[in-house]
Ligand binder design. Sequence first.
Ligand code: AMP
Length: 176
Amino acid sequence: MSSFNLDNYIRKVPDFPKKGILFYDITSILASPEAFLYCVDRMAEIYKDRDINAVAAIEARGFLFAAPFAIRLGIPLIPIRKKGKLPGVTLSKKYDLEYAQAEIEVHSADVPRGKRVLLTDDLIATGGTLNAARSLLVEGGAEVPEIFGVVGLPFLNYKKVLDPTPVTTLLDYQSE
Ligand code: AMP
């Protein structure tokens, strides 16, 4: 199990979605039941004894890993979505992208007050999206003791942005 090489299952696409970006595509993990199971098994192994009460995930690729993980641990899944997608009463947060602003939302009724929520996404780049998501959950009254990404790009300094929350990834790429 520990010798499994997840890197073999991540498609690298140069110049996507724009020139100069190396895109790490996790759909090739989903296409391999072995690699997908490896990721969910590892997540369960890491967090099963850490007193996590719920898992939150970012639309859309984050959902793919958090959903089987939530079922495996028997905990609620809290979807964090782009603005305008959730029908109920929401908390929302605007944040800056490179050249624009984005906004994410969560159903306020889904945020468990005083509970420990693991915040997840498929890939952590600058950490900007997860930082905004963490603010939403904290505003809703939850604790966010840990953040998880399947893939991390530490050269983009996400640890600084997400400090002091500990961040765990299954695989890091050191530079583009
Ligand atoms: P960020 O807020 O910069 O951490 O990244 C926001 C989202 O963009 C993450 O959910 C990733 O799925 C996606 N993303 C950013 N950079 C890349 C990349 N180089 N390859 C694949 N996905 C990326």
